[in-house]
Design a protein around this ligand. Structure first.
Ligand SMILES: Nc1ncnc2c1ncn2[C@@H]1O[C@H](COP(=O)(O)OP(=O)(O)OP(=O)(O)O)[C@@H](O)[C@H]1O
Length: 451
């Protein structure tokens, strides 16, 4: 039987909720505030349902205090703001008070189903609702770590709204995949999804590419161009690497977002549009704002909701799940007829390696191993990962700050090889994209050797 801890200062709400849950075959415990809740062992519970504002500490503090147990937040301020804040802090979901009894039970069942899929059917009454309306099928995303489950849930909550979302995370963590999944589960799923990589378009062309231009607007504008924003009309525009957008284009984009109106370069006529914006960046936009490289007003406009994708190394066993999935996927694609498997040593290396290029780097390694391995077994050597690299990192991980060890290893690796390799070769040898290598150079302050 599932155990649920209710943390609520208003005794009527607390006892009503307890009765409702118990009628549905859940076992409950109650606490009046966060301090009282802390007297319990959180690991004994399958779910915590907590109010936010209570005497003493905020209910959202439980999200960190009970790191292994999902926390469902109840907020009497049905405002989006309080809910967003709770979700940002890592709450599994939120529910507005006064809550509808049916909605509460469905929500609880859904959370428990996601966290304990193998036992949800223990009691017929606790079966999740068969209603698919708010099911978020994230089938392209592999990984069942708690951080990813929380991420899926957050995506589910925001997909149907029209708010602008900022997706953050290192290169290769799946930001574009997330944007596509959100668009797919939005009410605009039948309309265009346009993806623009702001880092890949020359700065001189970015305005005309995004906003369009009239014929003759500038030298070389031989034809009228409708622009990518208009191409996404009624649908979704995904602005990847928005931190790379030049300041002038940022000002123009802000106007478009605020007014939902667009004016082509060289035109005096504005046109009404209806576009939902999803943005992504691997950069710290707040820092860019402080440095005067990103407009503060645009920053606040796009980070209405911020969803963060964890680095692969912080997702525990997801790396193995994803590797096995990619092995199947690419075996099929490469038409490999035998069922290849990772040896125990390979699995151990997959788990230890810090994956600076995240899932993209893992995908490269899996593809390479399928091609290089002889027979059914995929040995460590086939993965093309530098073992010393991974062993060194493991030792470092055991003893010191992770970021520091990663920086040290990256710097050492680049310094050793960069004199004899081009950037492309160096990236290939590390099993990451050139973009990822460039980002790491920036992050760890390891500039290119100009010679
Ligand atoms: N959880 C996951 N499960 C399976 N495949 C994944 C997962 N996350 C990412 N991928 C795959 O990894 C690759 C990189 O993902 P994606 O392009 O979405 O990352 P990104 O964060 O947008 O990277 P960048 O910032 O470099 O553009 C894609 O092929 C994507 O399908």
């Amino acid at each position: 039987m599932y155990k649920i801890l209710i943390v609520e200062d208003e005794s009527i709400i607390r006892s009503t909720l307890a009765r409702l849950l118990e009628r549905n075959k859940f076992q409950t415990s109650q606490a009046e505030n966060v301090d009282q809740a802390c007297e319990y062992n959180f690991d004994d519970f399958d779910l915590i349902i907590s109010d936010v504002r209570m005497p003493g500490r905020l209910g959202t503090e439980l999200i960190n205090l009970a790191s292994n147990t999902p926390v469902l937040i109840m907020t009497s301020f049905a405002s989006m703001r309080a809910a967003i804040d709770a979700i940002k802090l890592g709450a599994i979901d939120y529910i507005a008070k006064p809550f509808d009894h049916q909605e509460m039970i469905e929500c609880v069942n859904k959370i428990l189903q996601d966290f304990k899929p193998q036992t949800i059917s223990e009691s017929p009454k606790t079966k999740p609702s068969p209603k698919p309306s708010n099911e978020f099928n994230f089938s392209d995303f592999i990984g069942s770590s708690q951080v990813m489950k929380t991420f899926y849930r957050q995506c589910e909550r925001v997909a149907k709204t029209d708010v602008t979302i900022l997706i953050t995370g290192e290169s290769g963590t799946g930001k574009e995949l997330a944007a596509r999944a959100i668009a797919l589960h939005s009410n605009r799923n039948e309309k265009p999804f346009v993806s623009v990589n702001c880092a890949a378009i020359a700065q001189s062309l970015i305005e005309s590419e995004l906003f369009g231009h009239e014929k003759g607007a500038f030298t070389g504008a031989v034809n009228t161009n409708e622009g990518l924003i208009l191409a996404a009309n009624h649908g979704t525009l995904f602005l990847d690497e928005i931190g790379e957008l030049p300041l002038e284009a940022q000002a123009r984009l802000l106007r478009v977002m605020q007014e939902q109106e667009i004016r082509k370069v060289g035109s005096s006529i504005s046109k009404k549009i209806n576009v939902r914006f999803l943005c992504a960046t691997h950069r710290n936009l707040k820092k860019l704002v402080e440095q005067g490289l990103f407009r503060e007003d645009l920053y606040y406009r796009i980070q209405v909701i911020e969803l963060h994708l964890s680095s692969l190394k912080d997702r525990g066993n997801d790396v193995i799940e994803i590797a096995q999935y990619l092995l199947k996927k690419h075996s099929k694609k490469l038409n490999i007829l035998v069922d290849k498997t990772f040896t125990t040593d390979s699995l151990s290396i997959l788990r230890q390696y810090p994956w600076p290029g995240n899932v993209r780097e893992l995908e490269n390694a899996v593809q390479r191993s399928l091609i290089l391995s002889n027979g059914v077994n995929i040995e460590p050597v086939d993965l093309g990962i530098d073992y010393e690299f991974s062993e060194l990192d493991q030792t470092a991980m055991d003893t010191q700050d992770l970021d520091f060890s990663e920086k040290e290893i990256f710097t050492q690796y680049v310094m050793t090889y960069q004199n004899n390799l081009s950037e492309t070769q160096l990236a290939q040898q590390m099993g990451v994209s050139r973009k990822c290598l460039w980002e790491r150079r920036q992050r760890f302050d390891v500039p290119r050797n100009k010679n």
